[in-house]
Write a protein that binds this ligand. Structure first.
Ligand code: MN
Length: 196
């Protein structure tokens, strides 16, 4: 059975459609009006081997806040739907990713409980015209709706573009590990509680 989902979310601030396939090859298509976010979403697709198609008409004439936050929310909803009852998945994922001087670590648990611990000190407030504070909005939205525990640490880094890119690459690789189907766990919920 395909582990895919399409979710639409419409508010007065944003109109979003997210399609994902967890068992994809990293095919990505974006039309969000926020180029730097698309560069980051591309890392999730490529390094997570997740097909992603994201379309957003958002109120970017104000700023990118609603668009970035709501894409995080809708992506989280799509993950929750695509992953279903979580039977047979690895559940935990982690990754360290460097990019030149920058190094980040991301650890994820498809725990069923939303929790974000993000320790990142961006060296700049903006990357081009992208506000680095919006990364918190994106990940908080994702965590709340995917129901995952997510720890993000930028361990080193001088260039803010590198800091962001290592975070999203590590996030993609951690996701890939966590949602991977473990044949030895086929049909089994990865928890002694019996449910997640
Ligand atoms: Mn880059």
């Amino acid at each position: 059975m395909a582990r895919s989902a399409t979710v639409e979310r419409n508010t007065l601030e944003t109109q979003i459609r997210v399609s994902i396939n967890l068992d994809g090859t990293g095919k990505a298509q974006f039309n969000t009006g926020v180029p730097f976010l698309e560069h980051m979403l591309d890392q999730i697709a490529r390094h997570g081997l997740i097909d992603l198609d994201i379309h957003c008409d958002g109120d970017t004439h104000i700023d990118d806040h609603h668009t970035v936050e709501d894409i995080g929310i809708t992506l989280g909803q799509a993950f929750a739907q695509a992953i279903g009852d979580k039977k047979g998945i690895v559940r935990y994922g982690h990754s360290y990713v460097p990019l030149d001087e920058a190094l980040s670590r991301v650890v994820i648990d498809f725990s069923g409980r939303p929790g974000l611990d993000m320790k990142v000190e961006f060296t700049r407030g903006n990357i081009g015209r992208f506000d680095t504070q919006l990364f918190w909005e994106f990940f908080q939205g994702f965590v709340n709706h995917a129901n995952v525990t997510l720890h993000i640490d930028n361990l080193k880094g001088f260039n803010a573009h590198h800091q962001a890119e290592t975070i999203f690459k590590a996030f993609g690789r951690a996701l890939r590990m966590a949602v991977e189907l473990d044949p030895r766990m086929a049909g089994v919920t990865p928890s002694t509680k019996g449910s997640l």
